[in-house]
Design a protein. Structure first.
Length: 279
């Protein structure tokens, strides 16, 4: 059964910030590993399929002649990402460049869902599908952004082991950044300190990578909600501010959407590049 319509601005915002999860009720705990946000899963997969479909269509449309606008645009993005990968990562780009391209396209498409009218999909979910809640933007869900950052950190560990070999990777964990000592006791102490610092660094990278994307997209979504509330005042000034501020913020948000996708891609390349280099 659909939830009751919000009766106040605060209830409106809380309702729009509630995920359609596996319990069909608002999450009550800050951390609950038993809950799945089905709306995040659906829209993130849908954007992955859409982005992958566009890339596949562009690949099928490539010919020896002059490329069309669509193919030319996709080729420009591909060349841009490849040049960034080549300048940052000093190693084999067979996997890394496609990973960076996937990160950029996927995050960009997920962020772009913020341009869909705020109440459109929740209204369809409530009145057509009889679902109580629905959030559209996957990158405004911390679960999604942390999952993507975890994938990036996992890739850095994989490449660290692949490039430096298991022995070299483990040696770096216990010898950087403070180095080691010929004295066995000092070597053990420095090794534990180095290992602790390395673990902190990995955790900080993953958390900051996920939190940066989440924070920007969550804030952007919240601003759209506040602007939408201006339209509910049913006054000339409220309607004018709703339209003017909404249009202005949407135009500015184009920059945020593209910039956050670019930053996520660049940090992915930077972390993978650092995995190839010795401390």
């Amino acid at each position: 059964m659909a939830g009751q319509p919000p009766a106040s601005p605060s209830e409106y915002i809380v309702h729009h910030l509630t995920h359609l999860n596996s319990t069909l009720h608002p999450q009550t705990k800050i951390i609950d590993m038993s809950i799945i946000n089905w709306d995040t899963v659906f829209f993130s997969v849908a954007m992955a399929v859409l982005a992958g479909g566009l890339m596949y269509a562009a690949a099928r449309a490539v010919s020896s002649g002059v490329p069309g606008r669509f193919v030319g645009a996709i080729e420009s993005v591909l060349e841009f990402v490849h040049e960034q990968a080549k300048s940052i990562v000093h190693g084999d780009l067979t996997y890394i460049a496609p990973l960076a391209l996937t990160a950029f396209m996927w995050v960009f498409f997920m962020n772009s869902l913020d341009f869909i009218p705020l109440d459109l999909f929740p209204w369809i979910a409530e009145h057509v599908l009889h679902l109580p809640y629905l959030r559209v933007v996957p990158s405004a869900d911390l679960n999604a952004t942390l999952a993507m950052s975890l994938m990036v950190i996992g890739s850095t560990i994989y490449y660290g082991i692949k490039v430096k070999k298991p022995g070299g990777f483990v040696h770096e964990l216990v010898s950087a950044p403070f180095g080691t000592s010929s004295n066995p006791l000092f070597a053990i102490i420095l090794g534990l300190l180095n290992l602790m610092m390395q673990m902190i660094e990995y955790v900080a990278r993953g958390v900051s990578l996920g939190m940066r994307l989440f924070g920007n997209m969550f804030a952007g979504e919240l601003v759209f909600m506040l602007i939408a509330l201006l339209g509910a005042t049913a006054t000339v000034w409220g309607g004018a501010l709703h339209f003017g501020l909404g249009l202005g913020w949407a135009i500015f948000h184009i920059l945020i959407v593209a910039l956050q996708a670019f930053i996520f891609m660049m940090l992915t390349l930077v972390y993978l590049g650092q995995a190839h280099d010795a401390h």
